[in-house]
Design a binder for this molecule. Structure first.
Ligand code: PGA
Length: 251
């Protein structure tokens, strides 16, 4: 069943509810994201799952320009490239410092260590961090291929933090941040789908036509490992914030 009012559509999927908020543009979406963060903080949220990429940048600007205080909050990021140090400008730790942490201090900011000598140990340690700090609100983008975090199509829904071989399409999409496509790392450490689903609430944001197909599959398609974001249909507290372009293929 689908019904809509002016601002929201609530899409009922196998008795779960995915709340879809369609906005005019990214700025409007980022402001709604900020309102949700603010509500969750007032309700006691302590741990925020964060994402990199272009999608959350305006949302982070809204947080920076707000009076919200994160000095007693913890953040846990989805992923990090293997082989990049946090001081490397292409690393996700560097991205987070530039776009949020330098301006909005938290009590602690966790990201996987892409330079860990023992990656098996690193993924286990990251799972322990997530278990010790249950995520109240997880922010997600979506890849054009439907990935969430670096969980590429075909990733089992059952895995927690793991080392991922990036697909060619992701390497190509992310090459815009690097001098050459060849410089894009070929692996990443990523929270798995099972880690992501542990979050109490998830907000997935998507902007632009290039995300429309993945958004349609996520909301209206079958739940399949071929489109990792479709697993969100099985979580009972997901808020999807999309602009009109990203929503353009929805029925
Ligand atoms: P983007 O990436 O925010 O840069 O579009 C999102 C993703 O690939 O998950």
């Amino acid at each position: 069943m689908v019904y809509t009012n002016k601002a929201y559509s609530f899409i009922y999927l196998e008795e779960k509810i995915m709340k879809v908020i369609t906005v005019k543009n990214q700025l409007e979406g980022a402001k709604i994201g900020l309102d949700i963060v603010s509500e969750k903080m007032a309700a006691g949220a302590k741990t925020f799952g964060l994402a990199t990429g272009s999608t959350p940048v305006e949302f982070y600007n809204q947080i920076i320009n707000s009076d919200l205080d994160f000095t007693d909050k913890t953040s846990i990021n989805l992923d990090e490239y293997v082989g990049l140090d946090g001081s490397d400008e292409q690393s996700y730790r560097y991205f987070m410092s530039q776009h949020l942490f330098n301006e909005k201090p938290f009590k602690a900011n966790f990201l996987p260590n892409g330079k860990a000598a023992d990656l098996d140990k690193e993924v286990k340690a990251y799972d322990e961090i997530i278990d010790a700090h249950p995520i109240d609100l997880q922010i997600l983008g979506i890849g054009q291929n439907g990935h969430i975090g670096f969980n590429e199509p075909g990733t089992s829904f059952d895995v927690t933090t793991h080392v991922v071989d990036l697909t060619q399409s992701t390497i190509k999409a992310n090459s815009r941040y690097f001098a050459n496509e060849a410089d894009v790392p070929k692996q990443a450490v990523s929270m798995g789908i099972a880690s992501i689903l542990k979050s109490k609430t998830l907000i997935l944001m998507a902007w632009g036509h290039e995300k429309a197909e993945a958004v349609k599959g996520m909301i209206e398609g079958e739940v399949t490992e071929s489109l990792p974001a479709s697993v969100l249909q099985q979580h009972d507290d997901v808020i999807v914030i999309i602009d009109e372009a990203a929503a353009s293929l929805l029925n």
